[in-house]
Design a protein around this ligand. Sequence first.
Ligand SMILES: C[S@@+](CC[C@H](N)C(=O)[O-])C[C@H]1O[C@@H](n2cnc3c(N)ncnc32)[C@H](O)[C@@H]1O
Length: 493
Amino acid sequence: MAQRRYTEQEEALEISSLRRIIAAYADYQDAAERDVKRYERSFKRLPRAHKELLFNLGLKYQRLRWCISMNASFIMNMLEAFEPPFDMSQYVDVDGHDCGENMHGHCHEDCAHSVERGDCFRSSVSLSNSELHQPDGCPRKDDKAHELSKETGNRDGVVDMEGCSQPVGDKLEALQGVDKSCSSDKSADTEANCQDTDCVACSADENVTTRQCMAPSLQLNVPPIDVDKVRCIIRNIVRDWAQEGQKERDECYKPILEELNRLFPNRSKQRPPSCLVPGAGLGRLALEISTLGFVSQGNEFSYYMMICSSFILNHTQEANEWTIYPWIHSNCNSLSDNDQLRPVSFPDIHPSCSGITEGFSMCAGDFVEVYNEESQECAWDAVVTCFFLDTAHNIVEYIEIISKVLKDGGVWINLGPLLYHFADSYGPDDDMSIELSLEDVKRVAYHYGFVMEVERMVDTTYTANMKSMMLNRYRAVFWTMRKNASRSKAQKH
Ligand SMILES: C[S@@+](CC[C@H](N)C(=O)[O-])C[C@H]1O[C@@H](n2cnc3c(N)ncnc32)[C@H](O)[C@@H]1O
């Protein structure tokens, strides 16, 4: 794929956006601590008798602090491993919160199917060219994969965080002064402390917090909505990479994988079919498609997502290496404190040992910008969209591009609702939002030459806490459409 050149202004905006997102990750611990302090303030206002009745809450707040520090420790490790696609020491003075008004994120209650796009994101970027390490003892792919890798320019055992732009600069810590002493060791200490039933407080006040470990240029004022996005990412980790997310993956990803398997029965290792996954989130579906024997490419434009997926895909040493506490941020609808504070380990599989097909990559950038390129025309055998279509400002444009990138006879598999992300954005930007019914979406698809082959409804959730007393369920539509170019009524330009 051609490397995209940035104007100075575009690059400054990208860096500003990325700095803001890193700052949001770094602020996670302080923000969570502020919440615990708020709970404590409310507790203090209780009459003495009520306090005595609820004596367990004091302990719960200490446990919460410990969970927060564990989550923060994971985040710190992730940020340390992150290789920014830009020289982050540039344009420090253009930063600030001038991008704040452009915020598009809808973090619905329960993180339902939210957009986590980085603000001011204008164009496609490559996050890193780092390698998916193939540890000793991992079965290597067959020799043919090597040949393919030469053809495609991909390295064996590598998840390319595809070069849609210029190559990666130096590592974040080198540029930004992330203090390594701030990360994992702290959580080990904390864990030791918390083995005690008295659970020594691991307050962000008493310890160095992630935020304090960052260079001054990253210690920005973080709007609450940015911190919400970090919390949504934590929930997305469960969806994509934890055993606890298996049910959701079975509901959403399994029908897609089964359909791909059915539609491409004779997949050749020499010439595997290709599949594009726009809006790939944390990359699990794209990886599963790769292990099924496809040259799979995930596309994602959120730095929040890409930083995290890059870490899981490229830096995992072993299955269940990390433990987080995804559900601690809401005290509502819990059956018990233990449910709320339960640990979740991830990743449930070791990505580089999962048998990926050569050519697996993640391409960072806006789907509309990256795949509207001429080089993408008729490039893909399959396009898979899962909880993606309704992220569009203009869904017609998405469908038009999907049709364009598919080969004639290629298939489009879709699963998801039509919860248009910009439907209720009342911001100053007056975001465009075209909100079509399913009937109209299908009519548009037929216009672009698609023929419906399979259609049904699928009940599912999105990043749901399965132990919560409240579950949002979607009646998502699942379809397989095939491109028949001769039927397209779209004008060729
Ligand atoms: C609701 S999430 C679904 C993620 C994943 N497919 C899943 O099922 O878990 C939609 C994803 O699409 C990404 N996205 C939204 N608009 C995009 C665009 N124009 N280009 C690329 N990615 C986009 C968002 O950042 C988000 O990760």
